[in-house]
Design a protein around this ligand. Structure first.
Ligand code: ZN
Length: 285
């Protein structure tokens, strides 16, 4: 499985896609051979709507949908931007994704749908992935009668993991939270405590994002926690840390045992990633 971090497909990257360019042209080899590719879609997709009253709002044109579909097995919507242009734009985006065959998780037409895992059958294993937003605004949260994102409440996470195992018969459950303090290279105590909760509740791995930088890795009870993969496709940053992200490859063995390697990527001025090479093993601890 290949996991990448945050993808913002409006602005310069949206223009590149509009011109027929390929944002993955320098990193496509990292996806080769993967059974599953997952990323965080940090953008509303649509053509209308009123921007939310917050510092940054992103709206990508629906022409980016084939790019998402062709390159990602599923994308997470559990983040602080997918509802940037209002609920009707968000719902229309879900409809377009459904029609065009884009799989997503961590967001939906109501709380139940938002908390459904995306489930993959790969080589005799069922793998469930659950997305959670834990970064404001909480107004993006899906409710019983309102579309939105899955909020990372502890009890709900534990229920979701149990349901993924029982109802969806998942062999492996991976959580993909959107959390942490921006531009801080180490996970904060709340992230760590919640990651431990996820693993204590039955998650096999935790892969996080949002801080715009990479954070530390921890192995807790034998299960890996990658607190933040950083940015993957994102323009508008000037500092080197925010323009450096990770592409994580999780290798899952026959009995569910995991190994991993990480390629460091560098984003150019357009927000497009380039492969900077494998992180040395010592950096993976
Ligand atoms: Zn974010």
């Amino acid at each position: 499985m290949v996991f990448v971090g945050d993808m913002m497909l409006a602005e310069t990257v949206g223009q590149l896609i509009r011109r027929g360019g390929d944002p993955l042209k320098h990193v496509r080899h990292l996806f080769k051979g993967a059974d599953i590719t997952i990323g965080n879609l940090e953008t509303a997709v649509g053509t209308q709507g009123i921007p939310a009253d917050k510092p940054f709002t992103f709206l990508a044109h629906p022409r980016v949908i084939p790019f998402i579909k062709n390159n990602f097995s599923a994308v997470s919507l559990a983040n602080n931007h997918s509802v940037d242009f209002g609920l009707s734009t968000f719902e229309r985006m879900l409809d377009q994704f459904d029609r065009q065959g884009v799989r997503y998780f961590g967001g939906g037409k109501n709380i139940r749908a938002a908390h459904e895992p995306v489930v993959f059958d790969v080589k005799g294993k069922r793998i469930a992935v659950l997305g959670y937003d834990i970064f404001m605004p909480r107004s993006f949260e899906a409710l019983h009668d309102q579309a939105g994102v899955a909020w990372g409440e502890r009890d709900h996470i534990a229920q979701d993991i149990a349901r993924a195992r029982q109802h969806h018969r998942a062999d492996l459950v991976i959580t993909y939270p959107h959390w942490g303090w921006e531009n801080v290279k180490r996970a904060n105590p709340q992230q760590q405590s919640l990651a431990h909760w996820m693993i204590d509740s039955g998650a096999d791995a935790v892969v996080g994002g949002h801080p715009h930088v990479t954070q530390n890795i921890e192995v807790y009870k034998g299960k890996p926690i990658f607190y933040s993969l950083g940015n993957f496709i994102f323009n508008g940053f000037t500092d080197k840390e925010a323009n450096t992200g990770w592409v994580l490859t999780l290798h899952i063995g026959a009995t569910g045992e995991m190994a991993w390697d990480i390629h460091q990527i560098g984003l150019d001025r357009q927000g497009i990633p380039r492969d900077l090479g494998l992180l040395p093993a010592a950096a993976l601890k």
